[in-house]
Write a protein that binds this ligand. Structure first.
Ligand SMILES: Nc1ncnc2c1ncn2[C@@H]1O[C@H](COP(=O)(O)OP(=O)(O)OP(=O)(O)O)[C@@H](O)[C@H]1O
Length: 262
C-alpha cells in the first residue's frame, strides 16, 4: 500500500485543464444572518472525487446548493463549465406515486430525451448500472432505504452531467448497506469518470471515498485544511491507512468544533 500523504496547504486540483467546478471567493449570507460561507476558493478537476467535511451547520449543504445553482452566492463566483450539476440528497426524494423506472424516466424526459423506447432502454441500462435490474415497476415504498438511494443515484446519472453532487447520501443507512454502497459508488465513479463532490460529516467515509478531503471551518465556513488521499482503491473503511488518516483529520475537525464552542 502506498503512503498516505497529508498536506496542510491547498492541493492543486489540476489547474491547467478546464475544471469541473470552480469556486472563487465565494461567500453566502442569508438575510438578517451572520455570514455562513466566506471566501471559499475550491477547484474540482474533471473526474476528481472530493469529499467536503465539516461540523454540523458549517455550510456544507449551502455550498453544494450554490454549486447546484439552487441558490446564488452573496459574493464571489461559482462556475460549472459543463452546465448544471446533478444532485443527490440524504433522502431519496423519489416521487412516491411513480415507480422506480418512471422516476428515472422523468429525469430523462427533463433532459430532453423524447423517444419512449430510447428512454426505456436508457432507464433499464441505468437500473442495471446501480444493480437494480428488474426493479422498473417497483414503487419507492416497496424498496429498502439502500435500494431507494440506488434509484436516486440512477436518476442523478440520468441527467448525464459530468458533475455529481452528493449531500450525505448514505447517512440514513445502516453500516453494512452503507459499506456496500461505498463500493458501488467507487465502481461507478471509476466507470463513468464523473467529478464527485461528496458532503459528509463522517471522517472515515470521507477518507474511504475521496481522492481529496476538504475540511470546512465554521462560522463562517472557510476551507480550513485539505488532504490528498493516496490510498489505492478499493479501500475498506476498516483499513489501517484509512483509520490513521481519519484520526489525523478528526483531530483537526475537533479543533474546529471546539473553536466554536459546540
Ligand atoms: N435558507 C436559509 N435561510 C437562512 N439560513 C439558512 C438557510 N439555509 C441554511 N441556513 C443556515 O446556514 C447555516 C449552514 O447550514 P447548512 O445546512 O449549509 O450546514 P451543513 O454544514 O450542511 O449542516 P449539517 O451537517 O447539519 O447538514 C446554518 O446555520 C443554517 O441555519
Amino acid at each position: 500500500m502506498t503512503a498516505t500523504i497529508a498536506e496542510s496547504t491547498t492541493v492543486d486540483a489540476g489547474a491547467s485543464a478546464t475544471p469541473a467546478v470552480r469556486l472563487s471567493g465565494v461567500g453566502k449570507t442569508f438575510r438578517g444572518g451572520a455570514p455562513v460561507l466566506d471566501g471559499i476558493d475550491l477547484t474540482v478537476a474533471p473526474g476528481e472525487f472530493v469529499c467536503l467535511l465539516g461540523a454540523s451547520g458549517c455550510g456544507k449543504s449551502t455550498l453544494l446548493n450554490l454549486i447546484a445553482d439552487l441558490d446564488a452566492p452573496s459574493s464571489g463566483t461559482v462556475e460549472v463549465p459543463s452546465g448544471r450539476a446533478a444532485l443527490m440528497f440524504q433522502e431519496s426524494a423519489l416521487f412516491p406515486w411513480l415507480t422506480a423506472g418512471e422516476n428515472i424516466d422523468l429525469a430523462l424526459r427533463l433532459r430532453g430525451l423524447s423517444g419512449r423506447r430510447d428512454r426505456r432502454a436508457e432507464t433499464e441500462r441505468l437500473l442495471d448500472l446501480v444493480r437494480l435490474r428488474g426493479a422498473y415497476d417497483k414503487r419507492p415504498h416497496q424498496l429498502s432505504g439502500g435500494m431507494r438511494q440506488r434509484v436516486a443515484l440512477a436518476r442523478a446519472l440520468a441527467q448525464d452531467s459530468p458533475v455529481l453532487l452528493m449531500d450525505e447520501p448514505f447517512a440514513a443507512l445502516d453500516a453494512i448497506t452503507r459499506d456496500v454502497l461505498h463500493e458501488e459508488l467507487i465502481r461507478l465513479w471509476e466507470a463513468t469518470g464523473l467529478a464527485v463532490v461528496f458532503v459528509t460529516h463522517n471522517v472515515r467515509e470521507a477518507v474511504r471515498l475521496g481522492q481529496r478531503v476538504v475540511l470546512l471551518s465554521s462560522r463562517p465556513g472557510r476551507v480550513a485544511r485539505e488532504w490528498r488521499v493516496d490510498i489505492p482503491q478499493p479501500r475498506r473503511i476498516e483499513d489501517k491507512a484509512v483509520a490513521d488518516l481519519s484520526v489525523e483529520i478528526t483531530d483537526d475537525l475537533r479543533k474546529e468544533i471546539s473553536r466554536h464552542g459546540r
